[in-house]
Design a protein around this ligand. Structure first.
Ligand code: ARG
Ligand code: ZN
Length: 850
């Protein structure tokens, strides 16, 4: 049932032109697709069209009905001519399409999601990205209910009909695969703006939001203009159509979609104002808007030959949006966040049953491979190329890639080849990153000669076998290091290309302190036993912000693991020194200090050990937090009261001040005498960042204020869907005895719906991913609840169900009793008759590992 990269074949037929007509109706939309088809090469293969959940009304070749063999995957037509016109009429039911793939209804609006293989739920077609066509699309619908009828490209005609319906004709001048097709119809408020490109063309910018939400659309529009300018300046890439449209919808499986000229967005990545959105929301909106915009070149103009190549566009576009974010915000903080994603989620994926290379070899359900590996590790691989080639070399490679492949559907190899050719270098070893899964571990051994002063290190790499792949080869690793001696720090990048290699780093009068993996220069784990004093020195005197933060994390993690083994242990001396040192930096580097003060998450801690004792680890973390709060309450309180109090604006100085205040509150909430402080912080807040900071601090500390403040919050925001998602998430992730009862109660809340992915992720997702105590309850009730929910959800929306199962896959570091409990639930899922392909793929792989 699985597809293999090795089996790729060119398509037997091409479709260079497609005319689509939609007669929109809630439950009976009529779709007419007229394709110009031509045979590729010499063969007698039948025309095989993909199609799922379609009612076939008519199928004709050159105006004549043809017999077609039909099954639940598509149709096959024998003996077709070499060139012909194919006309297919299908009937579909958008209203009952709860999978949110294909054409569906989000609230009152119609919208589409075709990537990866959703177009086949609209009409019978060659649903693969190497079949590229020019589209004309005519949409007809009731004018009052659907005044805006949108599709890709330029609007070329429109008209009214006698029966209250109207129609619009769109034409997209660019060839595109069908996964980039989009249609939206609805009644929206519209925010308009203009962008003038570097070469002087005017582009109309249109942002469509639900009625009444215009006041929350400004930040997204500003972000779009920044992204357009940035891509011109950094990569010389200009927008190519006369119009760029973004539509925000409430029902969406992922973040957003880069359909040509017509992006469709999850409303949570568009709508923001100070009262309802946090700094993090503002940041994410800017980054997702940029990501989808950047796809216009890396994804749309140059697309993927097949879905195994997904990282060609996603890894590269994530890297580009990361560069953009680093330019817009604090680069060190942006980098730390990315590393947290890799360590907490990608390393876990590599260690679990779904391990795959950034270019997978084998896929059962493509939607399962929109993964942190393909996206985020994919971006790390591009970043390593950037490190190895330098900014200019990387840009030369990009220029060649774009000029060589514009208008084509290509492979990851084509990309690396362009990088290689533009820089006259050999990247053959580097290419292994595309075919090898797993997280390499790099071991470091230092040698210092007291007499000569010579200092050298030996680096060796090892990648453990993964679920999908036994044998591993050495990879090309750029290892950025920093040496701290009396004169400060100096950095260089070592290129490790073999299993092990020694590097002479020069002569020093005293053994320098070594910081490894500056900027997290490669997605690897490091084994290097620093003593605490060295870590303290890196944290307080290092140059590289990532290394400084990482040194803090190591000291804090170590202390927590120790306390887990020895309950009642006092606050270690080294942490007192560390915190005292960090707090002195608060004025100079507030953003960095906030990250340095933050305790490692449970997920991070759990991954550092095997056979972990969940409860001991949780209480050790809490104990340390309290000890630090007691010891440093005065400076922490000063950070809260000293925070900037200007009217909210999303700008870096303010963001940093709020962040440091929020982290301080998480400590202070552990103390008995801070109720007044928390109350005041909550009541005086005029923005969602500060408000949520108080709620989170109270939630994590299990503070008595949590319940009354949450009630107040609910009363204030009960009609605001996006804000209520924050409220659901705080409840879902709250660690307390009655978690399951809370989940059961809240899944009946007026604002909750199993049909809306944002709600499911907020409530059930927060429980499974972050409510450690509840999800991993020793009696197995957490696992059972999630499995029960998955069975219901899978029938509604398999893609969302398949994401939600993730926390049940990475169980190998848990104790045996918990592993058994999880396996029992997985087996239950597998027994379910109509399990989706999405869940089936993951559950079978997980059980195979057990
Ligand atoms: N290409 C989109 C993006 O990264 C995501 C589409 C995800 N679709 C899916 N079926 N998983 O911006
Ligand atoms: Zn993307």
């Amino acid at each position: 049932q699985a597809m293999k990269l090795a089996d790729y074949r060119q398509p037997d037929f091409l479709i260079p032109e497609l005319y689509l007509e939609f007669e929109l109706h809630e439950t009976q939309t009529l779709v007419t697709a007229v394709s110009k088809v031509s045979r590729q090469g010499e063969h007698n293969q039948p025309l095989v069209l993909d199609g799922e959940k379609l009612e076939l009304v008519q199928i004709q070749i050159d105006g004549h009905n043809v017999p077609a063999k039909d099954d639940d995957k598509g149709i096959s037509i024998d003996n077709v001519p070499n060139e012909f016109e194919l006309r297919v009429v299908t009937r579909i039911d958008p209203k009952n399409n709860t999978s949110l793939e294909g054409l569906y209804k989000s609230g009152q609006a119609f919208c589409t999601q075709c990537e990866a293989e959703g177009f086949r739920k609209i009409t019978y077609f060659l649903d693969r990205p190497d079949v590229m066509a020019k589209y004309k699309v005519k949409i007809t619908a009731d004018k009052q209910a659907y005044p805006h009828l949108l599709s890709n490209g330029n609007k070329v005609d429109q008209g009214d009909l006698a029966d209250g319906r109207h129609w619009v004709l769109w034409e997209d001048p660019f060839f595109k695969p069908c996964y980039l097709f989009a249609l939206v119809a609805g009644d929206f408020d519209l925010l308009e703006d203009l962008f003038t490109t570097a070469s002087g063309r005017q582009v109309a910018l249109q942002l469509f939001v639900d009625k009444g939400n215009l006041g929350r659309a400004g930040h997204a529009m500003d972000s779009l203009k920044k992204a357009m300018l940035w891509d011109e300046q950094r990569y010389g890439l200009e927008y190519d159509l006369d119009i760029y449209m973004i539509v925000a919808v409430d029902f969406f499986n992922m973040g957003a979609m880069e359909n040509k000229g017509l992006n469709v967005f999850n409303s949570k990545f568009v709508l923001a104002d100070p009262a309802s959105a946090t700094d993090e929301d503002f940041f994410n909106i800017e980054s997702v808007i940029a990501h989808e915009y950047f796809h216009n070149w890396t994804g749309n103009r140059i697309t993927c030959r097949d879905w195994f190549q997904l990282s060609l566009k996603e890894g590269l576009t994530v890297f580009r949006d990361q560069q953009f974010s680093a330019d817009m915000a604090d680069p060190a903080i942006v980098r730390i966040k990315q590393v947290q994603v890799i360590r907490e989620h990608q390393f876990a994926e590599d260690a679990g049953p779904m391990a795959h290379p950034i270019r997978p070899d084998e896929v059962m359900e493509m939607n399962n491979f929109y993964s942190v590996t393909v996206y985020d590790k994919g971006a790390e691989v591009i970043r390593m190329l950037h490190t190895l080639l330098g900014e200019e070399g990387f840009r030369r490679g990009m220029d060649l890639y774009v000029s060589r492949h514009d208008g084509q559907a290509v492979t990851c190899d084509d990309f690396v080849q362009a990088m290689q050719d533009a820089n006259s270098t050999d990247l053959s070893l580097f290419r292994r990153w595309y075919s090898q899964s797993g997280t390499p571990t790099v071991k470091i051994q230092e040698t210092y000669h007291e007499e000569s002063g010579e200092y050298s290190i030996e680096l060796s790499q090892y990648t453990a076998p993964t679920a999908d792949q036994k044998d591993k080869l050495p990879l090309h690793l750029p290892i950025a290091i920093e040496l701290i001696d009396g004169k400060g720090g100096q950095q260089q990048v070592l290129s490790l290309t073999r299993e092990s290699e020694s590097f002479n780093l020069g002569y020093f009068s005293q053994k320098p302190t070594l910081g490894v993996l500056a900027g997290f220069s490669a997605p690897v784990k490091i084994t290097f036993s620093h003593d605490n004093e060295a870590l303290l020195q890196i944290a307080l005197n290092g140059q590289d912000d990532f290394l400084r933060w990482d040194a803090c994390q190591q000291l804090l993690s170590e202390a927590i693991h120790q306390a887990a083994g020895q309950p009642g242990l006092g606050l270690p001396d080294i942490l007192s020194k560390l915190f005292a040192g960090i707090l002195l930096l608060a004025e100079q580097r507030p953003a960095l200090v906030a990250e340095m003060l933050a305790l490692p998450s449970f997920e991070t801690l759990a991954q550092q050990r095997s056979q972990i004792d969940v409860d001991a680890l949780l209480s050790a973390r809490k104990q340390l937090k309290k000890q630090l709060a007691v010891a440093f309450q005065t400076p922490l309180k000063d950070l809260v009261t000293g925070a900037l109090a200007d009217t909210y604006r999303y700008e870096q100085e303010q963001v940093q001040s709020r962040r440091i205040k929020a982290v301080s509150l998480t400590y202070l909430a552990e103390l008995a005498d801070t109720e007044q402080l928390l109350q005041t912080a909550y009541q005086h807040s005029d923005n969602m960042s500060d408000t949520l900071a108080v709620l989170k601090a109270c939630q994590e500390a299990n503070h008595a204020l949590f319940v009354p403040l949450m009630q107040e919050f609910e009363a204030h925001w009960s009609n605001d869907s996006l804000v209520m998602d924050k409220w659901f998430a705080l409840h879902g992730s709250r660690q307390h005895r009655d978690s399951i009862a809370t989940l059961e109660l809240l899944s009946g809340h007026a604002m909750y719906s199993i049909n809306n992915p944002n709600k499911v992720r907020a409530l059930i997702g927060s429980f499974a991913f972050y409510n450690t105590a509840g999800f991993h309850a020793a009696d197995g009730s957490g696992y059972r609840f999630v499995a029960d929910y998955l069975l219901k959800l899978d029938a509604v929306n398999p893609q969302v169900a398949s994401r939600l199962i993730t926390p049940m896959l990475g169980f190998t570091h848990l104790d045996n009793a918990r592993q058994d409990l999880i396996v029992k639930q997985l087996a239950r899922l597998l027994n379910h008759k109509s399990l989706s392909r999405d869940l089936f793929e993951k559950v079978t792989k997980a059980l195979h590992l057990a």
